[in-house]
Design a protein around this ligand. Structure first.
Ligand code: ZN
Ligand code: ZN
Length: 147
């Protein structure tokens, strides 16, 4: 995990450069994203922010997340079914491990990814600019519940 405080500072800095008004609600959204290990959806973020700031609207959360997306400060994971999920801790392409039962999403440490990328480049001559690598399965917690 990237140091969440460093991520939060970076996000704030970028938003300030854009003259975006930094309200306590917006800081709360940024914090959740910077500290996010679980890849929350906008709805998840909204539920959490609302506990401390009951007047927050879903639109405020959307607006903040959309701006961060434009600034490349959040990684968006889109799914055909269900809501987009967001990673504000690691806003660059990286592999994900997705539980199909509880929809938990984790970041695996995959040392072989660099080798794989190098192999692809040398085999195909492509210049790789992005990737999307999702592994689907059943997490240990859900496996326990099944037996
Ligand atoms: Zn699970
Ligand atoms: Zn991630």
């Amino acid at each position: 995990m990237v140091d969440p405080q460093t991520r939060l500072d970076k996000m704030l800095q970028k938003l300030r450069q854009r003259n975006f008004r930094i309200t306590p609600q917006r800081i709360a959204v940024l914090k959740i994203l910077a500290f996010s290990e679980g890849h929350p959806s906008v709805e998840n973020i909204y539920e959490k922010v609302k506990k401390d700031f009951p007047t927050t609207s879903l639109a405020t959360v959307y607006k903040t997340v959309t701006l961060l997306k434009e600034l490349n400060e959040v990684l968006v994971l889109g799914f055909a079914e269900g809501s987009n999920r967001y990673d504000g801790n690691k806003p660059y392409p990286h592999p994900h491990l997705i539980c199909t039962k509880c929809e938990k999403i984790v970041d695996p440490d995959l040392a072989s990814l660099e080798d794989m990328t190098r192999e692809l480049v040398s085999d195909t001559g492509f210049q790789i600019i992005n990737h999307r690598l999702d592994f689907f399965g059943i997490c240990p917690d859900c496996q326990k519940k099944m037996d």
